[in-house]
Design a protein around this ligand. Sequence first.
Ligand code: ADP
Length: 295
Amino acid sequence: TVAVFGSCNMDLVAYTGIAPRRGETVLGREFRTAPGGKGANQAVAAARAGAPTRFIGAVGDDELGERLRAALTEYGVNTDGLRTVTGNSGTAHIVVDDDGGNAIVVVPGANASVDSLAPGDAELIAGCGALLLQLEIPFTGVESAAVAAGEAGVPVILTPAPAAELPAALLSNVDMLVPNEHEAAVLTGSADAREALRELLNLVPEVVITLGAAGSLYGNRAGEIVEVPAHPVRAVDTTAAGDTFVGVLAATRAAGGEIRQALERASAASALAVGRHGAMAAMPTDQEISEFRAA
Ligand code: ADP
């Protein structure tokens, strides 16, 4: 079982020819909503890849909250740990122009309330094969979940996004860090992935740096290094590539898989996801991942 403690948002996306400047109003072409947020995305990726998965977080007592809960359930994620709090759900307000450029305002809403463990959360985390964390909820919430996992002997996998400095108290309970290239550079000050990997291994026992179309680089304190290439695919939408990667990595590890197998399945799953539109909607099932790898 995989536990995810983190954020969920509704993406509200307006498609327009040219994005408006300040004070300007433009007519858009289309409007779409899609459930997202790094925490919820990682949970759906793990569940689609076949792991029993529980999501712990919060939605608001609004219509978007009901839709977020329903979407997670539909994708096979257990929501016993998803609380409903007074106020708005988290939202991401996205404007996409015809060049594919975007501008985004994220309003945390209910995610801001996930600043500590609620009664029952520690029990939901204990006994899991992995706990996935990201940084889209308050640090105190991330820390308290990491402590609970540490006490229960549950491995903690942290995606340090959005990029931020990591307090030592948090790192002491993290088993694996999974930054992308940009986040690794922010954390270490080094643009070179190998160099960043070495530095990050001073902080935690295992590290995976994802390198977009260049694949991923794994290292651990025993000195083992594993490089996994990305699959050559035509990328149509790279939203949530990293979340798909981490979710599937955790699902495979929680089921007892070796690190190389976990990295290869994660690479296949994220390649499938970038070849399709959307975030959750693009994430492949266990069977799709296996068929893609066999092809
Ligand atoms: P993030 O989405 O967090 O920025 P990356 O861009 O590093 O993360 O992507 C995560 C993983 O997704 C990569 O390690 C790779 O396996 C896969 N991936 C990303 N972009 C592509 C691509 N264009 N083609 C194939 N695989 C990709």
